[in-house]
Design a protein around this ligand. Structure first.
Ligand SMILES: NC(=O)c1ccc[n+]([C@@H]2O[C@H](COP(=O)([O-])OP(=O)(O)OC[C@H]3O[C@@H](n4cnc5c(N)ncnc54)[C@H](OP(=O)(O)O)[C@@H]3O)[C@@H](O)[C@H]2O)c1
Length: 318
C-alpha cells in the first residue's frame, strides 16, 4: 500500500485509515484481531480510535477500542510502525463533553495508558466546544505537542468557520494548528435540513477551506453503512433526496460495468479525489476489509469521475 501526505503534518500515511470504533465490543475480539492483522499485513498503518469508543454499546460502559488496540500492538510489537489517531471532547461515563484544558490533559493521559503507548500520532478534537475559549484549547494542544505526548492535531465535527477561527488564533499566537479534518463525508450529500445532533457533515465552505489550506479531509462513515453495495441497506433517511437517487443510479451503473461493488466505486471516488481524501473505513468482517482495500486498485476513468461529479458535489467554490 502506498503512502500519501497527511495535511500539513509533513508525514505520509496509508491512503485508507482503519476505523477501530467497534473493535473488541460490537465486533468480537477474534474478528477484530483478524481485521487488524489483515489490514497490517496488507501494508495498512493508519488506525483511528477515540477515548469514548464504544461506550454506547450495551455491556461496554468502559472504553474498549483503545485498550484492545493497545493489546494488539503490544502482541504484534508494531506500535512504532503505526500512525495512531485518537480523539477527545465527547462525554462518556463521568467525563463531560468539553475541550477544557483539564479535561483534554486528563483524557490524553488515559488514552496513552489505554493504548499502552508514550505518544499519540494524531489527536483530534472530536467535537467543537463553544463554552471553552478556542485560545485555551489550542494552547493545551500545543503544550501536549511540546511535551511529546501528541505529535499532530486534527479537528472533527467542526463548522468550517470555527475551524478557520481556531487555526487563525493558533497562527497568530505561534501555536500548532489543526493539520487535518475528520468530517462526516461521503458521495451522497445529506438533506440540508438534516439533524445529525453533534456530528457535522462537510459543507461547501468547510471543504473549500480544507482544500485551500492543504488540510486533508478524512471522511468518517464513508460508506453510509455499506448502502452503496447492499440490497439490505437502503439510502439512509437523512440522505433521501432526488440528487442522491440519481447519484445512486450512477454508482450502481459504474459498479455493474466494472464488475465491482458500489462501495468500492465510492471509496475509489474518495481516494482519487483532487486533493485526495483518506476514508476512515468501518468493517465488521475480514471480507469487507478486503473489498474496501481492493478499491485502491480500481482506477476511475476521467469519464466515470465526470459522471459521478456531474450531479452535486461539495467544494469547488474557490
Ligand atoms: N469523528 C467522528 O465523529 C466519527 C463518527 C463515526 C465514525 N467515526 C470513525 O469512522 C469509522 C467508520 O465509521 P462507520 O462505521 O460509521 O462507517 P460506515 O462506512 O458508515 O459503516 C461501516 C459499516 O458498513 C458496512 N460495510 C463496510 N464495508 C462494507 C463492504 N465492503 N460491504 C458491505 N458492507 C460494508 C459494515 O456494516 P455491518 O457491520 O452492519 O455489516 C460496516 O460495519 C469508525 O470506525 C470511526 O473510527 C468517526
Amino acid at each position: 500500500m502506498d503512502s500519501i501526505p497527511l495535511g500539513t503534518t509533513g508525514e505520509t500515511v496509508s491512503p485508507i485509515c482503519l476505523g477501530a470504533m467497534y473493535f473488541g465490543s460490537k465486533t468480537d475480539p477474534e474478528t477484530s484481531r483478524e481485521i487488524l492483522d489483515r489490514y497490517y499485513d496488507a501494508g495498512g498503518r493508519f488506525i483511528d480510535t477515540a477515548n469514548i469508543y464504544a461506550t454506547w454499546v450495551d455491556g461496554f460502559a468502559e472504553p474498549k477500542s483503545e485498550p484492545f488496540l493497545g493489546e494488539w500492538m503490544a502482541d504484534r510489537g508494531n506500535r512504532d510502525d503505526l500512525f495512531v489517531a485518537t480523539k477527545v471532547g465527547f462525554e462518556y461515563g463521568d467525563v463531560p463533553k468539553s475541550l477544557d484544558p483539564d479535561v483534554i490533559e486528563q483524557e490524553v493521559d488515559k488514552s496513552l495508558d489505554r493504548l499502552d503507548t508514550d505518544y499519540i500520532d494524531l489527536l483530534y478534537a472530536h467535537v467543537d466546544d463553544r463554552d471553552t475559549a478556542l485560545e485555551e484549547t489550542m494552547e493545551t494542544f500545543d503544550r501536549l505537542i511540546e511535551s511529546g505526548k501528541v505529535r499532530h492535531i486534527g479537528a472533527s465535527n467542526y463548522y468550517g468557520w470555527r475551524l478557520a477561527q481556531a487555526n487563525t488564533i493558533a497562527e497568530e499566537r505561534g501555536l500548532t494548528q489543526f493539520s487535518c479534518v475528520q468530517p462526516r463525508f461521503s458521495y451522497l450529500i445529506p438533506h440540508r435540513n438534516s439533524d445529525f445532533v453533534r456530528q457535522r457533515p462537510a459543507t461547501d465552505e468547510s471543504v473549500t477551506y480544507c482544500d485551500d489550506h492543504d488540510l486533508t479531509m478524512l471522511p468518517y462513515s464513508p460508506l453510509l453503512r455499506g448502502c452503496y453495495g447492499r440490497e439490505d441497506r437502503p439510502i439512509p433517511d437523512r440522505y433521501v433526496t432526488t440528487e442522491n437517487r440519481l447519484k445512486m443510479e450512477t454508482v450502481r451503473d459504474i459498479a455493474e460495468r466494472r464488475d465491482v461493488s458500489g462501495n468500492q466505486v465510492v471509496l475509489a471516488w474518495l481516494t482519487q479525489r483532487d486533493p485526495p481524501t483518506i476514508p476512515v473505513i468501518g468493517c465488521s468482517t475480514v471480507d469487507q476489509l478486503e473489498q474496501n482495500l481492493a478499491s485502491l486498485d480500481l482506477s476511475l476513468s476521467e469519464h466515470e469521475r465526470e459522471r459521478l461529479d456531474s450531479i452535486e458535489t461539495l467544494g469547488g467554490l474557490h
